[in-house]
Design a protein around this ligand. Structure first.
Ligand code: GDP
Length: 219
């Protein structure tokens, strides 16, 4: 596993990339997570931020993350194995409710337990809708990760909804509010697929693997 700074150079994604995507399980608590030691990339953000769409776009699947939005599963932690080399961990959305993170008790406990108990957490992606700026709960979350010395990237979702001329300004502002270098904020669109290669670059670098490692080998 790599620590800061993460190399965000875009990667070329070969045909058949990424290979097998397997839903492993849903867990109510981190203590019920799979026993796997694969590097994990956790994904979090408010409900409706575009989390399922981003996972589907990253993995070239139409409905990979559908499981996460089926009733009863939205409050669970969903684990997806990618070619037995890394795990995407879809964390529950933190709701529409405003207010500080420590008041969202259950959600906060999940994150704290994750940071405390799962050393294989290689990277966290914090998704923020490109049309909004990060709020207090997102700022607070970033501080938790910083305090635990765990790498985190911000993904500005639905970037297609913002004029190109405005995007750079928003990226800088988002970075400033999240106390991160602006290079750690990636503008992403599931519609245009913009941002997919740099984001994969960061994910692979954080997990210490290459694009070739997760191509399905034809026997
Ligand atoms: P989740 O609740 O965070 O998993 O969000 P979804 O992926 O289900 O997306 C919520 C809504 O935003 C859906 O109506 C999507 O079609 C829309 N959406 C998601 N990503 C994008 C994007 O990149 N561009 C645009 N224009 N719409 C998006």
């Amino acid at each position: 596993m790599k620590s800061w700074p993460i190399d965000l150079r875009p990667v070329a994604t070969p045909e058949g990339f990424p290979g097998r995507v397997t839903f492993v399980k849903s867990a109510a608590h981190i203590k019920d997570a799979p026993s796997s030691l694969l590097p994990e990339v956790a994904v979090c953000g408010r409900s409706n931020v575009g989390k399922s769409s981003m996972l589907n776009t990253l993995c070239n699947r139409r409905q990979m993350a559908r499981v996460s939005s089926t009733p009863g599963r939205t409050r669970l932690i969903n684990f997806f194995d990618i070619q037995e080399k890394l795990m995407f961990v879809d964390l529950p959305g933190f709701g529409f409710a405003r207010g500080p993170l420590h008041e969202k008790e259950e959600w906060g406990e999940t994150i704290q337990a994750y940071l405390r108990d799962r050393p294989q957490l290689a990277l966290t992606l914090l998704l923020v809708d490109a049309r909004r700026l990060p709020e207090k709960s997102e700022q607070e979350l970033l501080l938790w990760f910083r305090h635990a010395e765990r790498p985190c990237l911000a993904v500005m979702t639905k970037a297609d909804k913002i004029k190109n001329s405005e995007l750079e300004h928003r990226r800088r502002k988002t970075a400033e509010l999240l106390f991160m270098p602006h290079s750690d904020v990636i503008a992403f669109s599931s519609l245009s697929r913009a941002g997919r290669e740099p984001l994969w670059g960061g994910i692979l670098a954080a997990c210490g693997i290459t694009a070739e490692d997760i191509v399905e080998k034809v026997k």
